[in-house]
Write a protein that binds this ligand. Structure first.
Ligand code: PLP
Length: 416
């Protein structure tokens, strides 16, 4: 085989489809955010960031930065290894207690990312629960899909948020077969919530476990930012909750929270936990601080909601098509990978507005979009400038305008 040709042909094909990704170098300076500095070769340009998942700006909070420095001075940088060898500090144990309390569960387990937490937990459950059948929402995140897919178990994919379809599928299964329903509380690319209560009701009716990804809701929704399951007062009815430390909490790492035996089981059997070094203690300590601050951040959550509504209202006035929702995620649909990239380039180069274009495999082909997120540091005048810049780019590239709410063309994730 000509390996060189294989790799270069694959990249050429990606480029010819408009699906090749280029990363801009953006330094999110603490003192100026949402203004940041882009480095492009030898030149620098000031840009404003409109696509950060550091939803509460906690990654730049002075108390958290100080905590990172303090614990680094105290314990050094690395954790020293895997948890099974030498990677557990008191901070790790304290963070797991904090996370368990956050979700009102017995225990929690930290992973290097929510991706590995999802992938490894689901893979382990699928492998160990013999004959298990998985019921998975078609828009579930790649990390869940990978965990399930790699385990080679029977998967029923239900239409996005469609509980009638889910029940149709559940009805066909044998009552004695172990089952698990896998879903998210807030879908990251649509900003839409799932019908959690109805899914729990079905899980109880058909004796299925429930696995809920709260990555985009934890820190932002529910009392003290405890997540959407907590807001709906059903956390106790979800068997396993997954979350991240890297979005609202502004750090790095992921976790699962559940009853004591489930967590002990994952701790004992999940390769993605056992065989990888644990997160640096300074990051773990900073996560504890971030969760404490996030609990008290109702005013920031209100601000995010108010400002997201302002943007949606501005987009409606300009007839710029977006997916209607009531969350902090504003998906603006462009539905063409090349135009999406052209629009992103024009925005940054002519208007100093940085939004990364989103295309396959993050979203299905034909549903290319901007995924706009606002943080408490964006001001009213930033929103006005942002909307005006979008409007100019929409004119310049003759992008679609629609008077009504927009929907994606394709709901089915092509990653399965
Ligand atoms: N789950 C969902 C729904 C996500 O959108 C993401 C990442 O964006 C993850 C899990 C993975 O999170 P992390 O960045 O902590 O790996």
């Amino acid at each position: 085989m000509n390996y060189e040709k294989f790799f270069s042909d694959e990249l050429k094909s990606l480029k010819s489809q408009g699906l090749y990704r280029k990363f801009r170098e953006i330094n999110r300076t603490r003192s100026t955010f949402p203004k940041a500095t882009e480095r492009d070769g030898d030149s620098k340009r000031q840009v404003e960031v409109w696509c950060s998942n550091d939803y509460l700006n906690l990654s730049q909070h002075p108390a958290i930065v100080n905590e990172t420095i303090k614990v680094t001075q105290e314990l050094g940088t690395g954790s020293g290894g895997t948890r099974n060898i030498s990677g557990t500090s008191s901070y790790h144990a304290d963070l797991e207690r904090t996370l368990a309390e956050l979700h009102k569960k017995d225990s929690a387990l930290i992973f290097p990312s929510a991706y590995t937490a999802n992938q490894s937990t689901l893979w382990t459950l699928c492998k160990k629960l013999e004959g298990i059948e998985i019921y998975s929402d078609e828009l579930n995140h790649a990390s869940m899909i990978q965990g399930i897919k790699n385990a080679n178990v029977k998967v029923h994919i239900f239409r996005h948020n469609d509980t009638e379809h889910l029940e149709e599928l559940l009805k066909t299964s044998n009552a004695n077969t172990p089952k698990m329903i896998v879903f998210e509380s807030l879908y990251s690319m649509e900003g839409l919530r799932s019908p959690i209560e109805k899914i729990i009701w079905l899980a109880e009716k058909y004796n299925a476990l429930t696995y809920l990804d709260e990555v985009h809701s934890v820190g932002l929704y529910g009392p003290e930012g405890r997540g959407i399951a907590s807001e709906a007062r059903v956390s106790d009815k979800i068997d396993i909750i997954n979350g991240t430390l890297s979005k609202s909490f502004g750090q790095l790492g992921g976790y699962v929270a559940a009853n004591a035996d489930i967590i002990d089981f994952i701790r004992s059997f999940a390769p993605g936990f056992i065989f990888t070094s644990s997160v640096n203690p300074s990051i773990v300590a900073s996560s504890i601080k971030a969760i404490k601050l996030a609990k008290k951040a109702d005013h920031l959550r209100r601000e995010i909601k108010f400002n997201s509504d302002q943007i949606r209202s501005g987009l409606r006035n300009l007839n710029i098509p977006f997916i209607e929702n009531d969350s902090h995620i504003i998906p603006i649909l462009i539905k063409d990978p090349v135009l999406c990239k052209d629009a992103a380039n024009l925005l940054v180069e002519k208007h100093g507005i940085y939004i990364q274009p989103v295309f396959f495999p993050t979203v299905p082909k034909g549903d290319e979009r901007f995924r706009v997120t606002i943080t408490p540091k964006h001001q009213a005048e930033d929103i006005t400038r942002f909307l005006s810049s979008l409007n100019q780019v929409w004119d310049k590239l003759s992008l679609r305008r629609e008077a009504t709410a927009s929907t994606p063309d394709s709901q089915v994730s092509k990653i399965y």
